[in-house]
Design a protein around this ligand. Structure first.
Ligand code: G3P
Ligand code: CA
Length: 252
């Protein structure tokens, strides 16, 4: 059972910060999930929402820049923001990491990466920047084949384009494809299916496995839900509480 810390160990530290990523393997995660977006100057940063309002102090520091969209700020501006104070005083001063910084921390801690591309209208620059990063980084270049690095998206057209550009890339489709034919088509460019946990059933897991694909369910925090997904036969659990999975799996 692969344990994936959702946005890092986001129940214990501010989501998508280096603190949350460092905590993930200490709490039993094999991989950490991060969300990637593009800045105004084409850099890749780790942040979930389309705007910086909820998880940083952008509204305080840049009151005239409403609605504080990530794509309207340069990397230099984003680096001035505090991405931890909203969670607790202990994490004040955490920054929005770049993709490179986040992946460096995960590599140093022996933790895999599940990178979600938050694509705005199929933004070709986000995808080309991601491909450039993978091409120049020797560690993640090889990790992308063995599943230590996996790319996921709700946008399956983007996944197909990425695997066509980089054959062997390990990708996962977020959402739930229907029927055997849909799954067979998807299997040409995705190794895994990642549905919301309420959409997971044992027959569906078997159907996905029959196509040679794997399945991780998200975002599974309640102990009973973790046990149910383990019983249903999923290959991985994406959770804000990575420390819960091993114990619940024993009880499943
Ligand atoms: O890993 C799946 C999950 O991250 C998708 O939803 O909104 O948390 O990015 P969201
Ligand atoms: Ca995500």
């Amino acid at each position: 059972m692969i344990v994936v810390a959702h946005r890092g160990a986001s129940a214990y530290a501010p989501e998508n910060t280096l603190a949350a990523l460092e905590a993930a393997p200490r709490l039993g995660a094999h991989m950490a999930e991060i969300d990637v977006r593009r800045t105004a100057d084409g850099e890749l940063v780790v942040v979930h929402d389309p705007t910086l309002a909820r998880t940083t102090d952008a509204a305080l520091r840049y009151p005239g820049r409403r609605p504080w969209r990530v794509q309207d700020f340069t990397l230099a501006e984003i680096r001035t923001l505090d991405a931890g104070f909203w969670f607790s005083d202990r994490y004040a001063g955490q920054r929005v990491p770049t993709l490179g910084e986040a992946l460096d921390v995960l590599r140093q801690h022996g933790c895999g990466a599940l990178v979600e591309l938050k694509v705005q209208r199929r933004d070709p620059l986000l995808c080309s920047r991601m491909l450039e990063f993978l091409a120049r980084d020797p560690y993640w270049r090889s990790a992308r084949r063995d599943g230590t690095l996996m790319l996921q998206s709700f946008d399956w057209v983007v996944l197909r384009a990425l695997t066509e550009s980089l054959p062997g890339l390990c990708t996962a489709a977020l959402g739930r494809p229907y029927g055997r034919i849909g799954l067979r088509r998807l299997a040409r460019y995705a190794r895994q299916v990642h549905p919301h946990h309420l959409r997971v059933t044992a027959p569906y897991v078997r159907q996905v496995h029959d196509q040679g694909m794997g399945m991780f369910g998200w975002t599974v925090n309640h102990p009973g839900a973790i046990r149910r997904l383990v019983r249903d036969g999923v290959d991985g659990i994406i959770t804000d509480y990575p420390d819960r999975v091993a114990g619940e799996a024993l009880l499943a």
